[in-house]
Design a protein around this ligand. Structure first.
Ligand SMILES: *Cc1c(COP(=O)(O)O)cnc(C)c1O
Length: 382
């Protein structure tokens, strides 16, 4: 058996051909592939606007900038996420407040967030960053109610969940990143995520003003748009109107993203099939999985194991490279320096003590998955 990672990209001949075609074209960056990728991504997600950027972290940073985060801003997020979800606020000198998770879903506990907001001064908080952890969509209808009551913006970190959805109170499917509830949503195209471009990210929104601002910030705050210019000296003329960044994606990457996206739906179905096979295999055993469901996008398949370290090591001996997602943010030395300490979020810590992400990617074969299942069961049953 070859080694089995917890996640990996799937690169097809069509992907390779698309990248080569772009390499032979006139544009390696700032060419036509970017807009094509943005438009097809927006269509896949069901949202008006999409802005391609250099990675998911840059996407979060631009969102924070576009929403005006500064040293007066306090923002809520979950401790069970990748550090970038919170770091984007620190980039803008804002303050992060973590709120503990719901033990069944691993998602931010919305009732606990409400308590934090009720105990705060009016206007103390400016935003909330819910994370569709593992691929399970946060109920953004609930988050939006909270956001309306306390005047918050919402950035949905949907890195784990392109194609995922929750069902709203009208029985409608609400797809992650569709912009119906969140002001902005972000995705990553790191190779372990659903769509791989090497490095890459996307911001989605239905708000035309935020969209315009994001386009400016992505490329140095520079515009050539004749309607937006304050002066116009001729064809060469552009203005740098704000302090922006170079957070662009290249055309080679966008070309790869376009062909990857064409398989996104079938790859997601494959992830869901793999999850169902795990669910079935672990039925009537002591192995507990995080909450699944039909709208789950299964970036990760997380189980809770009593002897997690033992299981992790046993799997490695068998060349199965399971992973831990995540070490709670408040246990990171950087966040401890900001005042957090062990014991602050007991549910997140209890989750961390047991969680293990099993191999989950579209090209995982049945034979490989059966091997993983057999080893997990053998270890857990002693
Ligand atoms: C991957 C990821 C990011 C960051 O994306 P990069 O493209 O690696 O910068 C942010 N948030 C979550 C939840 C992620 O999984």
């Amino acid at each position: 058996m070859n080694s089995i990672p917890y996640g990996r990209q799937d690169i097809s001949d069509a992907d390779i051909a698309a990248v080569i075609e772009t390499l032979k074209s006139d544009f390696l960056t700032q060419g036509p592939k970017i807009q094509e990728f943005e438009e097809s991504f927006a269509q896949y997600i069901g949202v008006k606007y999409a802005v391609a950027v250099s990675n998911g972290t840059a996407a979060l940073h631009l969102c924070a900038l576009a929403l005006g985060v500064n040293n007066q801003s306090k923002v809520i997020t979950t401790p069970i996420t990748f550090a970038a979800s919170a770091n984007c606020i620190k980039y803008c000198d804002g303050e992060i407040t973590l709120v503990d998770i719901d033990p069944d879903t691993g998602l931010i506990d919305i009732e606990k967030a409400r308590k934090v907001l009720e105990q705060a001064e009016k206007g103390e908080y400016s935003g909330i960053i819910p994370v569709d952890f593992a691929g399970l969509a946060v109920n953004l209808e609930e988050v939006k109610k909270l956001a309306n009551e306390f005047n918050l913006w919402i950035i949905e970190d949907a890195c784990h969940a392109p194609g995922g959805y929750f069902v709203d109170s009208n029985g409608e499917k609400q797809f992650c990143g569709n912009g119906d509830f969140a002001d902005l949503a972000i995705f990553s195209f790191h190779p372990v995520k659903h769509i791989a471009t090497g490095e890459g990210g996307m911001i989605t929104t239905n708000d035309p003003e935020l969209y315009k601002e994001l386009l400016l910030l992505r490329t140095h705050g520079i515009t050539k748009d004749a309607d937006a210019l304050q002066e116009n000296h001729g064809g060469w003329y552009y203005e740098m109107q704000e302090l922006g960044y170079n957070y662009r994606l290249s055309d080679m990457q966008a070309a790869l993203g376009i062909t990857q996206l064409q398989r996104a739906k079938s790859s997601l179905e494959k992830r869901r099939e793999i999850a169902m096979r795990y669910d079935k295999a672990f039925e009537n055993t002591s192995i507990i999985s995080l909450k699944g469901g039909t709208g789950h996008a299964y970036h990760l398949y997380v189980i809770q194991a009593k002897d997690r370290k033992g299981l992790y090591e046993y799997l490695r001996e068998n060349k199965i490279y399971a992973q831990v997602h995540y070490i709670p943010l408040h246990l990171m030395p950087y966040y401890q320096k900001l005042g957090y300490k062990k014991g602050d979020f007991p549910i997140a810590e209890a989750y961390y003590d047991k969680c293990l992400s099993l191999p989950m990617y579209p090209t995982l074969t049945e034979k490989e998955q059966d091997f993983v299942i057999e080893k997990v069961k053998r270890f857990v049953n002693g």
